[in-house]
Design a protein around this ligand. Structure first.
Ligand code: ATR
Length: 283
């Protein structure tokens, strides 16, 4: 029987997930279509209820519905529930189960693509939205020493830190306003600098911009930009000028998608194929 997997979010025009997920289904000759389903918030309950149909394997959920989808599901796994965000839904015989594959994908890319082991490291993190939240949980699970959040809207950074503080065991958390990025010692001492803002993302308001210039980037740090389009972002260009090691967001995108694929069809994701198609889709 032909089946489908939905991509639920808004807007979805620039998403490349359909390209590399379809390539993975086709690799196994599975009769499954990965379908974009642009969904406004008011339509979310109706779209989610369609996931219960026998022909639907599940969905990816993206901005702005990762939090709002939770009350519409029957079960949410432990990590997704602690993060408070679901990016993958699986339909198990009419029962909808939510997962978060972003957090583990973030750490997998750190270890496997940059050779970086987060335990006991100091992290400077830019941004305080949903992506930042998943990254903070992932890093706390890895027992980083400290995370300092910098956000343009300072109250949002403070709220984010306060909302995850109870889950912090050994990790020291703090939030500072964006203006304090310069000369406060945090950047100079960080081992890892992560951009969880959309600055530099193609088609966004800040397309072509870098959140930091080379002079502010410590040479000793790994600079990890979650933005994957373009593959070499303005921040990564600045980091290279500064002599720092860099990691782009494409492998995290593909790893989270691969983990979703494995949850839907219980087969090993063809990672190389997915990465190849993702790269081609960006060109
Ligand atoms: P996501 O779920 O992808 O994280 P989001 O919740 O919209 O998306 O968060 C986007 C993040 O990028 C926020 O931290 C946002 O800062 P504000 O909280 O001040 O809005 C940040 N951001 C977006 N555009 C920015 C810009 N031009 N300069 C600095 N930060 C920006």
């Amino acid at each position: 029987m032909a089946g489908s997997v939905f991509l639920i979010g808004y807007p979805l025009k620039h998403s490349i997930s359909p390209v590399f997920q379809q390539a993975a289904f086709d690799y196994y000759s599975l009769d499954i279509r990965y379908e974009k389903c642009e969904t406004q918030t008011a339509q979310l309950p109706e779209v989610v209820s369609r996931l219960r149909q026998a022909s639907v394997f599940g969905a990816n959920v993206t901005v702005p519905h990762k939090e709002k989808v939770i009350p519409l599901l029957d079960e949410v796994d432990n990590l997704a529930s602690r993060i408070g965000a679901v990016n993958t839904v699986v339909n198990r015989k009419g029962k909808l189960i939510g997962y978060n594959t972003d957090a583990l994908a973030f750490v997998k890319a750190l270890r496997e693509d940059a050779g970086f082991y987060p335990c006991n490291k100091n992290v400077a993190l830019l941004g305080a939205g949903g992506a930042a939240r998943a990254v903070i949980f992932a890093l706390m699970e890895e027992s980083v020493k400290s995370i300092t959040v910098f956000n343009r809207t300072p109250g949002r950074g403070v709220d984010l830190v306060a909302s995850v503080a109870s889950a912090a065991q050994s990790t020291k958390l703090s939030a500072l306003p964006w203006q304090r990025l310069v000369h406060n010692g945090v950047l100079e001492e960080c081992d890892l600098l992560v951009n969880c803002t959309s600055v530099g993302m193609r088609y966004s308001e800040a397309d072509g911009e870098s959140p930091l210039m080379a002079a502010m980037i410590p040479k000793r740090a790994l600079v990890y930009d979650l933005v994957y389009n373009p593959e070499e972002t303005p921040l990564l260009k600045e980091a290279k000028k500064a002599g720092a090691q860099t990691l782009g967001g494409l492998s995290m995108l593909v790893y989270q998608g691969a983990a979703s694929f494995e949850l839907w069809v219980c087969k090993r994701a063809p990672l190389d194929i997915m990465m190849k198609y993702a790269r081609e889709a960006l060109r």
